[in-house]
Unconditional design. Structure first.
Length: 327
């Protein structure tokens, strides 16, 4: 196998195939769900339950608009297909996006985002730039699912398709055979996970939202910026789904919130009933206040545990896990 010449070819990846349409639809559905959960958590923490339905409708409408816009861009800008170069060699499979429109769009997003001061646009461009070339190695763990009718090979891990290999009618059999032989030689499929990791990540993703609810109460009761609990939620979810190192940010934000509570409780106030007498927040803590602080401490404790577990490698963020599994 190592002496064989790499198999390389150019092809067009069809954007309106059922797989691409399905992935785009799922992505937009997830976007609507995430928007609803994040904003719904904020309003739920403030007791405004009636607003959650409206938030869900707004999120669904926004996601539907993006869904339609995405198809319009695929049709009008990319002409329904993207030029891709494939290479199968002794190391694995490499997919390189060579579409000039895609390259130009990614670089334009970076430049315009930087000039306009829009980090979201810049980040989207950087992510697109980083994905212009993707690969999997035989030393990883994945499965290959072939579709002879569409001359397509899906490279899948335990829960999703990580690469689409669009063959030509002329090289489909050769590419399929090369992939099967390499995977058998390296035991690639034997290392592929059989159980989806999604239940673990979804469960902890919901726990992150639940743990954050009392933090929004802290923000309201102890004169802490609402931005802090919002950032805690965002970076805790990012620690779980994207990059473990974001756990440091969560720990720093939780420390800042704890310090804010202590400062507020330690601040001396002048009594309105006894002239000249001062008191601190600690002196007037009631049972409800203590209960709220205990619940908030439990939520913060879980978020701190999750962050430390991620930083110590007890679990890998899902994006990192995917990268590790594919070599």
């Amino acid at each position: 196998m190592t002496d064989e010449k790499p198999l390389e070819w150019d092809s067009d990846l069809r954007l309106f195939g059922s797989i691409m349409i399905g992935q785009w639809s799922v992505a937009m559905a997830v976007t609507a769900l995430v928007m609803t959960l994040l904003m719904g958590t904020v309003f739920a923490a403030q007791g405004e339950w009636a607003a959650i339905g409206m938030i869900a409708m707004i999120a669904a409408g926004a996601a539907a608009g993006l869904w339609l816009l995405g198809f319009a861009v695929m049709a009008l800008v990319f002409r329904g297909r993207v030029a891709v170069h494939y290479r199968i060699d002794s190391d694995g499979i490499t997919v390189e996006n060579r579409d000039r429109v895609v390259h130009g769009a990614n670089r334009a997003a970076i430049v315009v985002g930087a000039l306009a001061g829009k980090p979201g646009l810049t980040g989207a461009g950087l992510i697109g730039r980083s994905r212009e070339q993707e690969s999997v190695r035989w030393s990883g763990g994945f499965r290959a699912v072939t579709d002879r009718r569409r001359t397509l090979i899906q490279i899948r891990n335990a829960w999703r398709t990580v690469l689409l290999v669009q063959c030509t009618p002329e090289n489909f059999e050769a590419a399929s055979a090369r992939i099967r032989e390499a995977m058998a030689r390296h035991g690639t499929e034997g290392r592929a996970g059989r159980r989806s990791p999604l239940p673990f990540y979804l469960a902890h993703g919901l726990l992150v939202l639940a743990a954050a609810v009392p933090l929004f109460w802290l923000s309201e009761e102890y004169d802490i910026s609402l931005l802090l609990p919002l950032l805690v939620v965002a970076f805790a979810e990012a620690t779980l789904w994207l990059i473990n190192l974001f756990g440091w940010v969560v720990l720093a934000l939780l420390t800042a919130m704890a310090a804010g509570v202590l400062i507020d409780l330690s601040e001396l106030r002048t009594s309105q009933f006894v002239p000249g007498r001062t008191y601190s927040g600690f002196d007037v803590l009631g049972g409800d206040d203590v209960t709220g602080l205990v619940v908030a401490a439990i939520g913060a404790g879980y978020l701190a545990w999750l962050s430390v577990a991620g930083l110590r490698g007890r679990f890998l963020a899902l994006l990192v896990r995917d990268a590790a599994e594919t070599g």
